[in-house]
Design a protein around this ligand. Structure first.
Ligand SMILES: O=C(O)CCC(=O)C(=O)O
Ligand SMILES: [Fe+2]
Length: 329
């Protein structure tokens, strides 16, 4: 079965937007990865094409149950509904804390959002830092995080094979890799204010897998200069490429610029699960993808290097990947 594409008309559900482009959003059936070798090879091809051409896609049949997805959104929204005093217990501007709540624009890109960010893999190392309010938070978010770590492993395996790398390439490091959950809470759009909740950026890791309670995510597909709204496809998870996969692929696939706009109908929650290598592990262009015609395009860097880079971004946002490009002029 070929990948299906969502019609462009579905890509303009959020109000106050410039006209949607004729960009098709690939929807990939992940179940095809565990079928016979021929079906799996076709699925890998579809994922590879989506990564190269769009930088993002939706996945369905990913095995994460509707109740686990719903549970994660409920846990996030109930956390944001706890008292200001409780949320303040997690407030910090120290980006190295294992959990951090914030409301203002100290990262250079938040316009109107509050967020809770914490690590999740391996769960037993991090869950002790997570909120105990609502009482179901740890169970619901933990179930979701474990499932997303599994999906990210499947996706990375397919993406790396699509790049021509060996099966199981980096597998062990990915299993022990960083999983960073960003829970975002945006107010409803009010016609006086700015419509952007989170300004244009790309994510640092290999992959981001995003769950949104209602539309608001916009992406800038490669080679286009327009924002395109990502609709909420029932049961689907949205996947996009981060800076470190651009580096690993030596620029064969590019990280995706995206932003969040405020929803005119309701307050909105999104949960971004960002997946990468362990914190101190350097990501460099894969040797297999570097040759005379394709010299190394990016410097190596780790998640720790990304954290060191962040403070320079506060007054003048720059994408991490831009800071890694080797100038060959
Ligand atoms: O809220 C969204 O849709 C996007 C969130 C996001 O880009 C992020 O957390 O990095
Ligand atoms: Fe993001």
């Amino acid at each position: 079965m070929p990948p299906c594409f969502l019609p462009a008309s579905m890509a303009s559900q959020v109000g106050q937007l410039p006209p949607a482009s004729s960009w098709p959003l690939p929807v990939i059936n992940l179940g095809r990865l565990s079928k016979d070798p021929a079906t799996r090879a076709l699925a890998i091809q579809d994922i590879a094409r989506a990564c190269r051409e769009q930088g993002c896609f939706e996945v369905v049949n990913h095995g994460v149950s509707k109740s686990i997805m719903k549970g994660a959104l409920e846990a996030a929204s109930e956390f944001f509904e706890t008292s200001p005093e409780y949320k303040e217990l997690f407030a910090s501007t120290d980006i190295r804390r294992p959990i951090r709540y914030d409301t203002s624009s100290r990262d250079g890109i938040s316009k109107a959002r509050s967020f809770l960010k914490h690590y999740a893999n391996p769960l037993e190392d991090w869950v002790q830092y997570w909120p105990m309010q609502p009482p179901t938070y740890r169970k619901k978010m933990g179930d979701y995080a474990v499932e997303l770590q599994r999906v990210s492993m499947q996706l990375m395996d397919a993406i790396l094979q699509g790049l021509g790398l060996e099966p199981l390439y980096l597998q062990e490091k990915l299993e022990n890799g960083v999983q960073f959950l960003a829970l975002n809470n945006y107010p409803q759009f009010s016609h006086q204010g700015d419509k952007v909740g989170l300004a244009a950026h790309s994510d640092y890791g290999f992959l981001t897998i995003l769950l949104q309670s209602s539309p608001g995510l916009e992406v800038m597909p490669h080679d286009e200069n327009t924002w395109t709204a990502v609709p909420v496809v029932p049961g689907a998870l949205h996947v996009h490429i981060g800076d470190h996969l651009e580096v690993l692929s030596n620029g064969q696939i590019k990280s995706l610029v995206h932003r969040a706009v405020l929803n005119p109908d309701e307050a909105r929650i999104s949960i971004a699960s960002i997946h990468g290598l362990p914190m101190d592990e350097k990501v460099r262009c894969a040797d297999e993808l570097v040759d005379e015609e394709h010299p190394e395009m990016y410097r190596e860097s780790s998640f720790q290097d990304f954290l060191d880079f962040l403070p320079s971004n506060i007054n003048n946002y720059k994408r991490f990947v831009e800071s890694l490009k080797i100038d060959r002029a």
